[in-house]
Design a protein around this ligand. Structure first.
Ligand code: MG
Length: 255
């Protein structure tokens, strides 16, 4: 069931997602060659707590007895798609791209957002991949309108990514969000021909294309969390949490 949010719930979600946006904005100046993913994580945790939020991913339970996620941020470098675990041993190098996913709880409601950043100068193909991913997110959000169907979001993202010559990861998807970090519906980033449920005002959706420069196939590393591309190709990820309103989509993960 897709939960519609009250005004009060939307207010709390605005604040949770504002904190996410502040952290993602401020991370930009901390991402440079020589930084470790642990430093970024440590800073983000303190920043979130300082803004009266709580990290939403830390302690998040995995499936099938996998250890809970141990950190505030998911930090996924190059061929890592999502859910990379920060570590003092992961040092950013010039030319890397790093996807960072931030989840926040504020008074019981969730915010969720992600961006992929370039570390210094990156190759043109990496830039194109990031640009296509961001463009597909924008188009997905534009399709998140009262009266459209869920499949319209998937179709917009998929069409954009294919046109750019990249592939959409199929094993992972966007999601509804609210009191739960993951609520109904599941939002596919590829189009399977199904229209899906009708979209309505007061739905809140975390839309998050994950796209690969090579094939769409992914696998999970032995740490139980880190998802990587099967062929070792680069991957990018952008995410916004959006509230559907009568006036159109409202991006909540914005300062
Ligand atoms: Mg998400």
């Amino acid at each position: 069931m897709i939960l519609l949010k009250t005004n009060r719930e939307l207010e709390l979600m605005r604040e949770a997602n504002r904190i996410v946006a502040v952290v993602l904005d401020e991370l930009a100046e901390r991402i440079r060659p020589g930084a470790t993913t642990h430093e970024l994580d440590d800073w983000a945790e303190r920043r979130i707590l300082g803004l009266k939020g709580m990290p939403a991913f830390k302690g998040y339970k995995g499936r099938n007895g996998i250890r809970p996620f141990p950190a505030t941020l998911c930090t996924s470098i190059n061929e890592e798609v999502v859910h990379g675990i920060p570590s003092p041993e992961r040092i950013l190098r010039e030319g890397d791209i790093i996807g960072i996913d931030v989840g926040v709880v504020f008074e019981g409601y969730h915010g969720d957002g992600a961006r992929t950043y370039a570390v210094g100068d990156v190759a043109p193909r990496a830039r194109e991949l990031m640009a296509a991913c961001l463009r597909s997110l924008d188009l997905g959000i534009a399709a998140a309108r009262n009266g459209n169907h869920l499949g319209d979001i998937s179709k917009a993202i998929d069409g954009c990514v294919r046109a750019a010559g990249f592939e959409v990861v199929r094993d992972l998807s966007g999601h509804g969000i609210g009191r739960g970090l993951h609520e109904d519906p599941q939002i596919l980033n590829y189009y399977d021909g199904r229209r899906g449920p009708r979209l309505r005002s007061r739905m809140t959706l975390a839309i998050e294309p994950m796209i690969n420069a090579g094939g769409w196939e992914v696998r999970t590393l032995e740490d139980g969390w880190t998802v990587v591309t099967r062929d070792g190709s680069l991957s990018a990820h952008f995410e916004h949490t959006v509230a559907l309103t009568d006036e159109g989509p409202e991006i909540l993960t914005r300062c």
